[in-house]
Design a protein around this ligand. Structure first.
Ligand code: NAD
Ligand code: DAU
Length: 355
């Protein structure tokens, strides 16, 4: 079996569901259930004995060794993190605590477990750190895409904390021989993404008749990857990746934010007609330190592990919008009082033109 951390969040939950469908191998799922974690994300696995959920912190120095000793996983896949850039700007402390300090404690727990394994089990064991392209900083319009050798240059508290955890993972491999792998992936979208991130926020606001807040001039570029393709990449790295290596994962789908928002409006106009969604677009004050462009060079994982994305942005967006339209109850359940407070705080300022 494998131990997945953060498996009640967006990518982690999709990964666990896909993993069980693809491999059938049991999963222990350790998640703290922060505001971003939601057992409703795991509803398709209700009653499935192959999935064991444990509520807890990756930084708990008693719980994690006990889980490892009890379940004896052949791999640990670490999704657990604070993940939203805007929240990291308002409150960086939680990002340092989870993405740096708790990740360090997780590495120590895993190091202890791995060291006590017998030869064959130790040879087979893997630790996979799920990271982000944001650690590489921001690209100019003509710059080549981020490769695995691009220097780290994180710009936000979130990306700095993820860069720190990547460095810890690298050092634990280099110094202690922990058989660790790291993936640096571009922007994900798809079912079960918390509606604080661009694509689900726009879908939710569009359907509610609320403004669609585009930061700055809307020309920031992201490289979008459907979440199911990210899950497939992680399975490939876990099975065939070489310990100590880094693999960049991306969708080859660079788009300006304003074009993403317009594509969402056009998809909604087809699937849920009745409103001029694009008329709800508003340009608002920019994110401080907003990275201009991300793009991933994913040739290494293609060449070495034979991975490439199955979805285009058009097909992935269609699936995503349909999922949100079909899951109104999920959507209502995640828009709690805390969510409303976050939205009120983050979007309190008026449109950019009024600044
Ligand atoms: P998310 O915020 O949706 O989920 C994070 C999950 O981790 C939540 O379920 C939360 O409860 C859990 N968690 C947080 N702190 C924890 C702790 N201390 N112990 C145990 N569980 C804890 O995030 P996501 O978008 O699913 O991202 C998952 C991972 O992938 C993160 O490491 C993120 O940096 C990385 N990543 C995300 C993207 C993206 O576009 N969303 C792209 C590349 C990489
Ligand atoms: O690149 C990978 C990263 O992608 C992950 O590591 C992060 O966990 C994930 O949150 C994501 O970070 P971004 O900051 O790129 O994603 P977000 O969805 O917050 O924003 C995408 C773009 O849209 C970004 O340029 C900011 C812009 N934006 C976002 C929001 C929430 C808006 O214009 N308006 C908004 O309301």
């Amino acid at each position: 079996m494998i131990l997945v951390t953060g498996g009640a969040g967006f990518i982690g939950a999709n990964f666990v569901i896909d993993w069980l469908a693809a491999t059938g191998e049991p999963v222990v799922n350790l998640d703290k259930l922060t505001y971003a974690g939601n057992l409703g994300n795991l509803a398709p696995l209700e009653g499935d004995a192959r999935h064991v959920f444990v509520r807890g912190d990756i930084g708990d120095p008693a719980l994690v060794p006990q889980l490892l000793a009890t379940h004896r996983p052949r791999a640990v896949v670490n999704f657990a993190a604070e993940s939203h850039v805007d929240r990291s700007i308002h409150g960086p402390a939680a990002f340092i605590e989870t993405n740096v300090a708790a990740t360090f404690r997780l590495l120590e727990s895993v190091r202890g477990y791995c060291a006590a394994l017998d030869g064959a089990a130790r040879e087979r064991f893997r630790f996979l750190q799920v990271s982000t392209d944001e650690v590489y900083g921001s690209l100019g319009p003509q710059d080549p895409a981020f490769s695995e050798t691009t220097a780290y240059a994180p710009n936000s508290p979130y990306s700095a904390s993820k860069a720190a955890s990547d460095h810890l993972v690298r050092a634990w491999h280099h110094t202690y021989g922990l058989p660790a792998l790291t993936t640096n992936c571009s922007n994900n979208y798809g079912p079960r993404q918390f509606p604080e991130k661009l694509i689900p926020l726009m879908i939710v606001n569009a359907l509610a008749g609320k403004p669609l807040p585009v930061y700055g001039d809307g020309a920031n570029v992201r490289d979008w990857l459907y979440v199911g393709d990210h899950c497939g990449a992680i399975r490939a790295v876990l099975e065939r990746g070489r310990p100590g290596e880094v693999y960049n994962v991306g969708g080859g789908a660079e788009m300006r934010n304003i074009d993403v928002v317009k594509a969402i409006c056009a998809t909604l106009a087809r699937l849920a007609p009745g409103r001029d969604y694009a008329a709800q677009i508003e340009f608002v004050r920019d994110r401080p330190g907003h990275d201009r462009r991300y793009a991933i060079d994913a040739r290494k994982i293609g060449r070495e592990l034979g991975w490439s994305p199955a979805e285009t942005f058009a097909t992935g967006l269609e699936r995503t919008v349909r999922w949100y339209l079909d899951n109104a109850q999920w959507l209502a359940s995640v828009q709690s009082g805390d969510y409303q407070r976050w939205i009120a705080q983050q979007y309190a300022t008026s449109p950019a033109a009024a600044d």
